[in-house]
Write a protein that binds this ligand. Structure first.
Ligand code: PMP
Length: 424
């Protein structure tokens, strides 16, 4: 496996050369969205400049070029997630859209009053609320698989809920709050053995590890967003087993998703178009294709190996900051480079603002995971999330700034000072 040349890779990301508040940008908000490599920016410009036309609609040359560009990305996605049937790749607006599609279509088809629907407590709202609301709509029994003290899925809670033979189990492959990586293959295989349809939220995991459908314990669906892997916003992927997608009713109605429309009856298009009503976001799908090509050139295994070292380095560095509480595993076993923390006596938003003034972009808030925040009894945390273009020097800058923040805010408690004017 080749090693990443991070110095070279950084040159592929124009935004990483900019400064913020007069300081070089240190972008540690990759869990929210990844920056875009030049290859993606160029692909979008090229497409709009030379190939733009609506897809599936025209016999004219440009429409065929655009259709080919759009449809060819399905095979790239297949390759990227280790599967072969491109009719199982549905383009959506993103992870949230994909999961809403499922909760609606799968829910309408499969869920009866009293059925158990299970999610874990580490879910992003996108993989929690649609299932919770489906359960309410259908009179189903919504269950939450609890977490252990390290915020990993609790073995006993999992056992207990699988014993109820849930119809659906929806779980994240990696937490966007604690960085916990779910031991997906074994948990999914157990949920399948208990009779569940299993939905995996890969929104975080997809950026950090090779995803092979065949190694995910028989998973039925996975969802992810292009923007988390360097592609454009507004595009995502739902992969699902054709047998299930064929049996499910459509999610939305309109152009492209039909076969025949009569005055009183309509028949549906075949997969994948049955689930792609209206003009698809074809230009951004082309951008997604460029992002996949880019990541494959770097190699997902090489990315995983580099990030694993950087995660170890970061954890050791953060563990040395006195008064810093890290939520989630304090060792590197089964965790990725997402770190939620609290500095004693400092509000998470104040801390994020302090870091921002130094050019360090982190996120503060509930990270769209209030059920998990309730579990750790926090209204908000500050979160730093790594990617393959981050460096040990950037991590050093983060820990240095945290140490400064600690001094600054402890002085502030003694007398008035302004958070938007900390020492540089
Ligand atoms: N699930 C997880 C684990 C996430 O991190 C995110 C994005 N933060 C989502 C779902 C939702 O993704 P999107 O907003 O792109 O639909």
């Amino acid at each position: 496996m080749k090693k990443l040349e991070v110095g070279q890779i950084r040159k592929d990301f124009p935004i990483l050369t900019r400064s913020v508040h007069g300081k070089p940008l240190i972008y540690l908000d990759n869990g929210a969205t990844l920056q875009k490599p030049r290859a993606v920016l160029d692909a979008l410009e090229q497409f709009y400049t030379h190939s733009n036309a609506n897809v599936h609609r025209g016999v004219h040359f440009l429409s065929q070029v655009a259709t080919e560009a759009y449809e060819s990305v399905r095979m790239k996605v297949c390759r990227f997630i280790g599967t072969e049937d491109s009719s199982e790749i549905i383009f959506t607006k993103g992870t949230t859209d994909a999961l809403n599609l499922l909760a609606s279509s799968l829910g309408d088809w499969k869920i009866q009053p009293g059925d158990v629907i299970a999610v874990t407590r580490m879910e992003h709202h996108a993989n929690f609320v649609p299932w919770q609301q489906l359960a309410k709509r259908k009179g189903a029994d919504f269950r939450i698989i609890e977490l252990d003290p390290d915020l990993r899925i609790s073995e006993s809670s999992l056992e207990e809920i699988l014993a109820l033979r849930p119809k659906v189990v929806a779980l994240s492959l990696m937490s966007n709050v604690s960085g916990v990586i779910t031991p997906a293959a074994s948990i999914i295989a157990r949920a399948k053995a208990a009779g569940a349809i299993v939905v995996a939220d890969a929104a975080q995991a997809i950026a950090h590890q090779p995803i092979r459908i065949s190694e995910l314990g028989g998973v039925d669906f996975i969802a992810f967003s292009a923007h988390k892997i360097g592609g454009p916003t507004g595009v995502g992927v739902l992969w699902g087993k054709a047998s299930l997608l064929n049996a499910m009713p459509p999610y939305q109605f309109g152009g492209d998703m039909i076969s025949q429309v009569g005055d009183t009856e309509t028949t549906w298009n075949t997969l994948p178009w049955k689930f792609e009503a209206g003009t698809p976001n074809f230009a951004d799908v082309v951008g997604l294709g460029a992002a996949i090509d880019y990541l494959e050139r770097l190699g997902m295994k090489a990315i995983q190996a580099y990030e694993s070292e950087l995660t170890k380095y970061t954890l050791a560095a953060l563990n040395r900051v006195p008064g810093l509480k890290i939520f989630g595993p304090r060792n590197t076993e089964s965790r990725g480079g997402v770190f939620s923390f609290a500095l004693e006596g400092v509000h998470p938003h104040d801390l994020a603002t302090f870091l921002d003034v130094q050019g360090i972009a982190v996120r503060a808030g509930h990270h769209c995971a209030q059920p998990l925040l309730k579990r750790i009894q926090q209204a908000a945390t500050t979160r730093a999330s790594l990617s393959f273009y981050n460096t040990e020097a950037e991590v050093d800058a983060l820990t240095g700034a945290l140490l400064q923040a600690q001094k600054y805010f402890s002085k502030k408690q003694e007398g008035p000072a302004r958070v938007n004017n900390p020492p540089s």
